[in-house]
Design a binder for this molecule. Structure first.
Ligand SMILES: [Zn+2]
Ligand SMILES: [Zn+2]
Length: 291
């Protein structure tokens, strides 16, 4: 069960930061963001976010192979050593609503830095002690912790929310968002914002994806087809996708419904907590096949 997530104090946090190019994709005009969100509640299929986005090389997606005991991390295999490399570092983004995704590998778990213009959203914070790695990703983009406006916790497990305390001292302009059922147990000095289906933040739609925990949420960008799904889905370190990890998911039936809910969005890029860098090919089909 996930309730006994603990960081192993002696395990170093190794970090690799890599960029995933996000390409704005055309969607038929009849599908507005609002319609997408409204339709989430009834499991609409065939939402027309069709074009796949390319992925950059993931050759340096180093993660430590170790999976800390007591976490819901599937063990990585064939993972190269972390390099601390920062790929494709861009100058401070010009004023724009285009979305940029940075994958921050923290060993057995990932955090994500999303950038629009000069504003930053962090999705998941890793285990306690991950703050420096996340800040490194932010400053590597020419931005500062003060530019962080949102910290989204996909769920309140310590390998996703444990780094929150590291961030809050410097990310003083941030609001912490999480789902109902998980947010109640999150302790922070920053403002808390409960979000669920139909809500938007940072230009992203919120998708309630329970099962792994009652309050698990994902976020979805209709322009690029990106989903960041926390532990609602997992990677297999080889570009494949699996559902929630049954070893750490108390309600697998609900979790399967959440996977179907994400598949119905026809996502193009899937980012998740465990099992490798984001996947950017055949994502919708891979998710649908899990049903
Ligand atoms: Zn996890
Ligand atoms: Zn979890």
């Amino acid at each position: 069960m996930c309730t006994n997530h603990q960081r192993v104090a002696s395990e170093p946090i190794t970090t690799t930061i890599s960029s995933v190019p996000l390409t704005r994709i055309a969607r038929p005009a009849r599908w507005s963001r609002r319609q997408v969100l409204m339709n989430l509640g009834i499991g609409t299929s065939g939402i027309a976010v069709l074009a796949a986005c390319g992925s950059d090389s993931t050759s340096s997606n180093g993660t430590t192979a170790a999976s800390a005991p007591g976490t819901d991390a599937p063990a990585a295999t064939n993972a190269p050593a972390a390099t601390d490399a920062v790929e494709e570092v861009a100058p401070r983004a010009a004023a724009s609503d285009e979305l940029r995704l940075e994958h921050v590998s923290l060993g057995f778990v990932s955090a994500y830095v999303l950038v629009r213009g000069s504003e930053v959203a962090i999705v998941d914070t890793g285990v306690s002690g991950s703050g420096d790695a996340i800040f490194e990703a932010v400053t590597g983009l020419g931005l500062t912790p003060a530019d962080i406006r949102h910290i989204v916790l996909t769920h309140n497990h310590s390998d996703h929310a444990g780094g929150l305390a590291d961030l809050e001292a410097e990310a003083t302009n941030a609001t912490v968002s999480a789902g109902p059922g998980d947010i109640e147990s999150i302790n922070t000095g920053l403002p808390l914002n409960e979000v669920t289906d139909g809500d938007e933040l940072f230009g992203l739609g919120v998708v309630h994806t329970p099962g792994h925990t009652p309050g698990s949420i994902s976020v979805f960008d209709t322009d690029t087809g990106l989903i960041v799904a926390g532990d609602a889905i997992n990677g297999d370190n080889e570009g494949g996708l699996t559902g929630a990890n049954p070893d750490f998911t108390p309600d697998m039936g609900t979790a399967a419904e959440s996977v179907a809910k994400l598949a119905a969005l026809m996502p193009s890029i899937a980012a998740f907590g465990h099992g490798g860098p984001p996947v950017a090919d055949d994502v919708a089909a891979k998710l649908a096949a899990l049903g």
